[in-house]
Design a protein around this ligand. Structure first.
Ligand code: SAH
Length: 293
């Protein structure tokens, strides 16, 4: 009883830090972060957001980057429980939105099971921010009736039913898809998706090192691999990706904006990776553990 009352007085939050650009964090996220005694930080979080944390806050990195092994999920939850039970408020800071492929749901369940309330503070998810960063509106009504957020990783609930997704004819936004891109595009083609479907991959979206590759589905995996793009990256497949093609082409001065806007995947926009500025410099490891998150 005493423990339950104690727990109720302390606080735990799952906070979305957004896709990278610090200014894409919400006001509520920054204000809440400023209250936390302890901040547990995921690897996709831009460390610059810690400027909003208290100077005396205990900051713990539980991510997988920098060659360090990941902190097992159970260990992260155990740390959160330990701090809350000791009367410390805990902010769990996650990239994008905490409830979109971020395991925030699992952490909420574990905290609830331990009798601890947790507040969720949304963030802008990479699946919307990354396409937008190169001019792709994921639900443009001329191109799609909706958007599907799907993991390319296949862990947990298994391999997505790619054929069923092709049948929806909706925009596919794939998280954690870089390592298996060849298999994924192969499955989409095998399910009858047109080889000239416009595709985009955006790496490190909204950060200074952002890069992207545009290509048609038939050549997409090859173009991404040639450009050396790796994690973290969002893949967009569908007609809406032609709007980025249009913007790239317009920026390159190759075609006028109007002509480019009409340039759907069926015209010769096969490989725009050259216009994307993609190069081998600073390429991430495609097998980055981020993909396994
Ligand atoms: N909760 C996060 C997603 C976590 S899963 C969100 O809502 O955005 C991790 C995956 O998110 C990465 O493998 C990548 O596919 C994507 N991702 C996260 N940040 C990204 C960024 N800045 N640029 C591109 N992709 C990103």
């Amino acid at each position: 009883m005493a423990l339950a009352m104690h727990a109720a007085m302390t606080r735990a939050w799952l906070i979305g830090a957004g896709p990278g650009d610090v200014e894409l964090m919400t006001l509520k996220a920054t204000r809440t972060l400023a209250q936390a005694d302890v901040v547990l930080v995921d690897d996709l979080v831009n460390p610059d957001v810690l400027q909003f944390a208290r100077a005396d806050a205990l900051v713990v990195y539980v991510g997988k980057r920098g060659g360090h092994p990941s902190t097992p999920q159970a260990g992260i939850v155990a740390q959160m429980l330990e701090h809350v039970r000791a009367g410390r408020s805990v902010a769990r800071l996650k990239g994008g939105d905490p409830f979109v492929f971020g395991r925030g749901g699992e952490e909420q369940q574990a905290l609830h099971a331990a009798g601890i309330e947790v507040d969720v503070i949304n963030g802008i998810t990479a699946g919307i921010a990354a396409p937008a960063a190169i001019g792709i509106p994921v639900t443009h009504r001329d191109h799609a009736q909706g958007v599907v957020f799907v993991t390319g990783h296949g862990a947990g609930s298994g391999e997505p039913d790619w054929a069923a997704l092709v049948a929806t004819r909706m925009t596919l936004v794939i998280y954690m898809g870089m390592r298996r891109l060849n298999d994924i595009t192969g499955a989409l083609l095998a399910a009858g998706m047109r080889a000239d479907t416009p595709c985009a991959a955006i790496e490190s979206a909204t950060r200074p090192e952002q890069r992207h590759v545009l290509a048609q589905l038939g050549e997409f995996a090859e173009a991404v691999s040639r450009a050396g793009l790796g994690s973290p990256a969002i893949v967009v497949i569908g007609g809406v990706a032609s709007l980025a093609l249009a913007r790239d082409a317009a920026n390159a001065g190759a075609v006028g904006a109007v002509g480019a806007a009409n340039m759907t995947g069926s015209s010769g926009a096969a490989d725009a990776s050259g216009a994307s500025g993609a190069s081998a410099s600073g390429a991430s490891d495609p097998a980055d553990a981020t993909d396994a998150q």
